[in-house]
Design a binder for this molecule. Structure first.
Ligand code: SIN
Length: 320
């Protein structure tokens, strides 16, 4: 049974990644989980300079979810190179670097600093942080900006380039189309939904920034709908994010059109959940006599096209 899939020359051993901002830089979790069994570990967003992020409180638990307004706190790309890359080279994980920036030049500068390191197998570009006007969402709601960023970054790297999109727009598929047209290898969605929680005792918002980004099981139905909308629009793979906590959730995302998924909020509950979900997917496929997880991708929609008929899944195409 085939669990792997490829973007460019990088083959991911399975289709479950850990989402940026929920798994540190990858090295912090090695005592908790076999990171070499995760499809890919995506680093915390990296910016050119270190960032302190927003003042606390910047995390709030909500029914079936979590609100965050971290504000892209990170150690900066130089410290990441000096202190984290030497550790990541020894943990056996497939690492994708997530980049956040306040200008196109900054995105390019961060990528230029990272691109020669072999351990960085590809990139996820954060154009969708809801918590910092300078660090993402100023780009996310403008397809022309997303296109410009993708175009400039595509020129700079031959590694897989994934653009992470916001759901806080009317049609996420327009943004996916812009990224696809400029050479993105995949899009990931959804980043968090803008939300708010209020403390009735203090009579004030619970987050210092008033609003933040909602994640977790609460947003899964929204994420599935956005993935399906995007699946109908683009040909590049979609990496589904939003409340993936179990293998059943992952299968739902595949059926909605995702090629792979990311676990986010669930990592805080169970750091090994990505590994457990990958195992659950494999067991499900075996029990259903599915030879390649790719066969599940939106399999209920249209007659299969070349997108389903990758090596290893010809049997499925023959069945239809
Ligand atoms: C944050 O750092 O505020 C969250 C990152 C994101 O949602 O992209």
């Amino acid at each position: 049974m085939t669990e792997s899939f490829s973007l460019r020359d990088v083959t991911f051993q399975n289709r479950v990644f850990t989402a940026s901002g929920t798994f540190g830089y990858g090295d912090e979790v090695v005592d908790l989980v076999d990171v070499d069994r995760i499809g890919a570990v995506i680093t915390k967003s990296l910016s050119l300079k270190p960032r302190d992020g927003n003042p606390p409180p910047r995390i709030v638990e909500t029914p079936a979810g979590m609100l965050n307004s971290i504000g892209l706190a990170n150690i900066g790309v130089k410290k990441f190179i000096d202190e984290k890359i030497p550790k990541l080279e020894h943990i056996g994980a497939t690492i994708l670097a997530n980049i956040a920036a306040s200008s196109v030049d900054e995105y390019c500068a961060v990528m230029d600093m990272l691109d020669s390191f072999e351990i960085i197998r590809g990139y996820e570009i954060n154009v969708s942080c809801p918590n910092d006007r300078d660090g993402g969402l100023q780009f996310g709601p403008d397809p022309a900006k997303v296109a410009q960023i993708t175009r400039q970054l595509r020129k700079r790297t031959a590694k897989p380039l994934i653009i992470k999109l916001t759901p806080n727009v009317t049609r996420v598929s327009e943004f996916a189309l812009a990224a696809e047209a400029e050479g993105a290898d995949a899009v990931s969605l959804i980043n968090t939904l803008i939300g708010m929680a209020v403390d009735i005792h203090t009579r004030k918002p619970k987050l210092s920034t008033v609003t933040g980004g909602l994640s977790g099981p609460a947003i899964k139905p929204v994420a599935l709908a956005k993935v399906y909308e995007t699946f109908k629009a683009v040909k590049i793979p979609i990496i589904g994010i939003g409340g993936v906590s179990t293998w059943e959730d992952a299968i739902e995302f595949f059926l909605a059109g995702a090629t792979a998924v990311q676990t986010g909020t669930a990592n805080f509950v169970s750091p090994a959940c990505a590994v457990n979900i990958a195992e659950g997917i494999a067991a499900y496929c075996k029990s259903k006599k599915i030879r390649d997880v790719a066969e599940l991708v939106a399999c209920w929609t249209h007659p299969p096209t070349s997108r389903w008929c990758k090596a290893g899944s010809e049997s499925y195409c023959a069945m239809m």
